[in-house]
Design a protein around this ligand. Structure first.
Ligand SMILES: [Zn+2]
Length: 337
């Protein structure tokens, strides 16, 4: 059992609904696990694949003891194909999609069906995406495709529309998530606080607390605060680029989401989890949400632009130009651009 992937504690509801669908024979050809990064979507898809290949009929989880589970744990179940980038950060290739198509056409060897887990689904160039679309348009019976994406809006609409979407949402107050997270954190850290800083994404929270993410986040928020006060956009952007543009976009996105959440909640909102956020929150009191949403749009668009080899400095400056308009500019501060 321990060798096979299991759903995370905060995924229990969606897990049960997946089991019910499987039990009732109501699974479509393709499921798309969608939602922000750091919620464990890939692990959920992997766990579901394991359950589908398990031969114990009524098990809540893959049992770990049957032939299917043994093959899976040994890494050679013939009815499972994982389609992941060859290296972290690389795109899926058309060769990998063709492999998936060929796999789909084989007969299942042991399990009643074959399972393909494909992630991240948004990391495909046009020809790979079109090849995948073809596979979805002409699905072979007995194959379930599990797609995983942090940014489903970046998929071809025609791919999205052929999948049933399993939407995962941030879990700010989920007891299972807090309990799990507390056990991952170094002593003395407050799980609820770290989870709030990570936008309700438990795996991002672990990274934030233990992977040097905290310094990075502080630097990003410092840049946002500087620009909000009239600081130079180009130097803030180049500071972000030097530490990695994609990570900067991630943390800026989490920050803007948090501001929108607090702003929308009005006076009754809980105090922000740390000094930087409180500082921004205080400034956000006087602005309207529309402009914050405009920044959010830019941030959502940015990963695609960055991967399309747009100039990272320009992409980040564009975001910060919009960000600067969110705040009323103090008269005493000269615009230093
Ligand atoms: Zn089993």
């Amino acid at each position: 059992m321990s060798d096979l992937p299991q759903p995370f504690p905060w995924q229990e509801d969606v897990w049960q609904s997946l089991l019910r669908r499987a039990g009732a024979g109501r699974l479509p050809h393709a499921l798309l696990f969608a939602g922000p990064a750091g919620l464990g979507k890939r692990r959920l898809a992997e766990a579901f694949a394991a359950r589908l290949l398990c031969e114990s009929a009524d098990a809540q989880r893959a049992c770990g003891h049957c032939r299917g589970c043994h093959l899976h744990a040994a890494g050679n179940h013939p009815d499972l194909l994982r389609v992941y980038p060859a290296e972290e950060g690389k795109d899926l290739t058309i060769g990998q999609i063709r492999e998936a198509t060929a796999f789909q056409e084989l007969k299942p060897q042991y399990a009643p069906h074959k399972v393909i887990v494909l992630a991240p689904a948004e990391r495909m160039n046009d020809s790979a995406a079109n090849a995948l679309l073809k596979t979805l348009e002409e699905p072979a019976a007995g194959t379930l495709l599990l797609l995983v994406s942090d940014r489903p809006a970046a998929l071809l609409p025609t791919i999205r529309s052929r999948c049933q979407i399993i939407q995962l949402r941030p879990v700010h107050t989920d007891a299972g998530a807090l309990h799990w997270l507390q056990a991952q954190l170094p002593g003395g850290m407050d799980a609820a606080q770290v989870l709030a800083l990570a936008g309700g994404a438990p795996l991002a929270a672990v990274q934030l607390a233990t992977g040097g993410g905290a310094e990075r986040r502080t630097a990003i928020m410092q840049g946002l605060a500087d620009v909000a006060l009239g600081g130079a956009i180009s130097s803030a952007a180049s500071g972000w680029v030097s530490g990695g543009a994609e990570a900067a976009v991630h943390w800026a996105y989490v920050t803007v989401c948090e501001l929108i959440r607090v702003k929308a909640a009005g006076e009754g909102a809980a105090m922000a989890a740390d000094d930087e956020l409180r500082r921004l929150q205080a400034m956000a009191d006087s602005v309207d949400l529309t402009r914050l949403y405009r920044v959010l749009d830019r941030l959502q668009e940015a990963p695609r632009l960055l991967r399309g080899h747009a100039n990272p400095q320009l992409v980040l400056e564009e975001i910060l130009i919009h960000w600067a308009t969110v705040f009323p500019r103090p008269r005493t501060m000269a615009r230093s651009r």
